[in-house]
Write a protein that binds this ligand. Structure first.
Ligand SMILES: [Mg+2]
Length: 124
């Protein structure tokens, strides 16, 4: 898969762009953590809807179809935009939160126990 040329992705810069978008429209009044959490779930459901009734092996091919890929990109962007806005309104350091969670996951899922196995950590 080719990587498209473009601006380097910088989490803080993206957060700023998302915040500016909402501020320009005076939407911060609607962006409570409750509403944003529900919007993230709603957009996640829209992403899942694109794969609904699709067999697992077909779901791997779906992003190769240009029209489907565009729709997947839109829903992923919606989810990330709302996630970035949640980080904005809560003051959560998303980069640190991801690193902290990855560290916790690496302890829960040691490579020696879980490589190639799709099991929950309680079943390892
Ligand atoms: Mg959407």
């Amino acid at each position: 898969m080719k990587k498209k040329a473009g601006k380097k992705c910088d989490l803080e810069a993206l957060k700023g762009e998302v915040l500016a978008f909402a501020e320009e429209r005076e939407w911060l009044q609607f962006h409570s953590p409750k509403n944003l959490s529900m919007a993230i779930a709603s957009e996640s459901a829209e992403l899942m809807d694109l794969f609904l009734w699709c067999e697992s092996h077909d779901s791997r091919a779906l992003p190769e179809d240009a029209e489907s890929r565009a729709r997947i990109e839109e829903e992923l962007a919606d989810i990330l935009i709302l996630t970035l806005q949640m980080a904005n309104v809560t003051g959560i350091d998303l980069g640190q939160a991801v690193r902290t969670k990855l560290e916790a996951n690496s302890r829960k899922y040691p490579v020696s126990l879980c490589r190639g196995r799709a099991l929950k950590y309680t079943e390892l």
